[in-house]
Write a protein of this length. Structure first.
Length: 82
């Protein structure tokens, strides 16, 4: 079994782990919110939600996930690794 290398990121390994954990949590929350809102919206326009929601939500969640990750990284890793 491979050993875990917690200190591969140097002395700031905890900040890197915190950045990934926070951004993953926010990415899931934003994805759930967008997925719920977009799935309900086409019903008011008399379209099937599955026709419009899947590609739109996937694109929107991917883009916002990158924005969330880099925003959290710039806040958490300021004055250390950045």
């Amino acid at each position: 079994m491979a050993s875990l290398h917690w200190h591969d990121y140097g002395e700031h390994w905890f900040l890197v782990a915190l950045t990934v954990g926070l951004s993953l949590g926010w990415h899931c929350r934003v994805g759930d919110a967008f997925g719920g809102d977009v799935a309900v919206s086409p019903q008011t326009c008399r379209h099937r939600p599955s026709d419009l929601a899947a590609p739109f939500v996937a694109t929107l969640v991917d883009v916002t996930g990158l924005v969330i990750y880099f925003s959290v990284a710039s806040l958490v890793l300021r004055d250390t690794l950045l």
